[in-house]
Write a protein that binds this ligand. Structure first.
Ligand SMILES: NC(=O)c1ccc[n+]([C@@H]2O[C@H](COP(=O)([O-])OP(=O)(O)OC[C@H]3O[C@@H](n4cnc5c(N)ncnc54)[C@H](O)[C@@H]3O)[C@@H](O)[C@H]2O)c1
Length: 331
């Protein structure tokens, strides 16, 4: 890896933590920022940061990307080569209750990042989008060539807006931009609001888990290390296709390319926890989609890598981290 100075936003978050750890431990100079918001247990964010702060190439600043002045000052001072924007208000269901959190971090925060990159030129801006932009697309696997103009949650709408905003800045100012549509990322140090984590909490405590759409859903679960490996490979990928030379903009799906049925995912989790969950079957929740399934042909062709961790292996690693972190003895 060439010695770059990289800004990772959302560095105390799940993906940001793992990516910062990977890059900084390989000698890259990483500056991580995060607002440390209270969407989920902040202690988990502090504990992730504690690990990152032990790596000499990593520096943390508590900065909110909605704070334009603080962001501008940081960009002017640090002169980043590469920016990886992972800071966002994540979660589909929460966007029903707290829509303005999404407008703030995902739209205002994102334009602040784009403007900072415009005023302090960077070699590459990589930003997180989401599989949710596909809405309830019937055509599978989901290809970046598919139409994505029917989001079914405000979260998805803000992620789609990010792609459009990035496109306009790449076209106008020739800022090289890569958008990444992540597909259900999971693993150690994960997000407590996501099903694999909240189900684990409930199974451990002997509580009933709520299974939406009566279990008839599929997700393309993607293990965290596959995501960070792909991002690392994308950092230095040249913009050298004819379209990219014309306009330095591209989008990739990063998914496992192997959707798993919700009930199979639950039984794999139960197997690793050694405990069966009482289940309550419920109808579909507002904003949710039935299935996600990534077409990753472009990613494979360009970086010669595809996510490969099976749900069995990945959930096994998650459960062993969970038991260790929460000091829980199961089987
Ligand atoms: N985990 C997934 O399955 C998944 C799937 C699709 C897309 N994504 C996207 O990937 C990115 C990372 O997700 P994650 O799972 O690590 O989520 P996360 O919530 O763990 O991490 C996001 C971090 O950003 C921080 N943050 C939020 N608003 C901020 C702001 N205004 N200024 C500074 N920091 C702010 C939060 O405190 C948090 O630590 C997000 O953009 C998310 O939308 C994640």
């Amino acid at each position: 890896m060439i010695s770059y100075k990289i800004l990772v936003t959302g560095a105390a978050g799940f993906v940001g933590f793992h990516l910062s750890k990977l890059l900084a431990s390989k000698g890259v100079s990483v500056i991580g920022i995060d607002s440390l918001n209270e969407y989920y247990d902040v202690q988990l964010k502090f504990d992730r940061l504690k690990i990152l702060k032990e790596i000499s190439n990593f520096t943390f600043r508590c900065v909110n990307i909605c704070d334009k002045d603080a962001l501008d000052e940081l960009f002017q001072k640090e002169k980043f080569d590469v920016v990886i924007n992972l800071a966002a208000q994540a979660g589909v269901r929460y966007s029903i209750d707290k829509p303005y959190k999404y407008i703030d971090s995902n739209l205002i925060g994102f334009i602040n990042i784009l403007e900072a990159c415009r005023n302090n030129p960077v070699k590459h801006l990589i930003y997180a989008s989401s599989s949710s932009v596909y809405g309830n697309t019937i055509e599978v696997p989901f290809s970046v060539k598919n139409r994505t103009d029917e989001p079914v949650s405000l979260y998805a709408a803000t992620k789609k807006a990010n792609e459009m905003m990035a496109h306009s800045y790449a076209a106008l100012y020739k800022i090289p931009m890569t958008g990444l549509r992540f597909f259900t990322v999971y693993g150690p140090w994960g997000r407590p609001d996501m099903a694999y984590f909240s189900f684990t909490n409930k199974i451990v405590n002997g509580e009933t888990i709520q299974v939406y759409n009566h279990g008839d859903m599929e997700r393309d679960f993607t293990y965290i290390d596959d995501i960070t490996t792909a991002i690392e490979k994308l950092i230095n990928l040249p913009f050298d296709t004819p379209e990219e030379q014309d306009k330095p903009y591209r989008l990739f799906n990063i998914g496992n390319n192997k959707p798993v049925r919700l009930m199979d995912f639950i039984s794999t989790l139960e197997k690793h926890l050694g405990k069966e969950a009482p289940k309550k079957f419920l109808p579909m929740q507002k904003g949710d989609v039935y299935r996600t399934y990534a077409d990753i042909t472009d990613l494979e062709t360009r970086i010669n890598f595809k996510p490969h961790t099976s749900i069995d292996e990945g959930l096994g690693k998650f459960v062993s981290w969970y038991k260790d972190y929460y000091k829980i003895k199961l089987v």
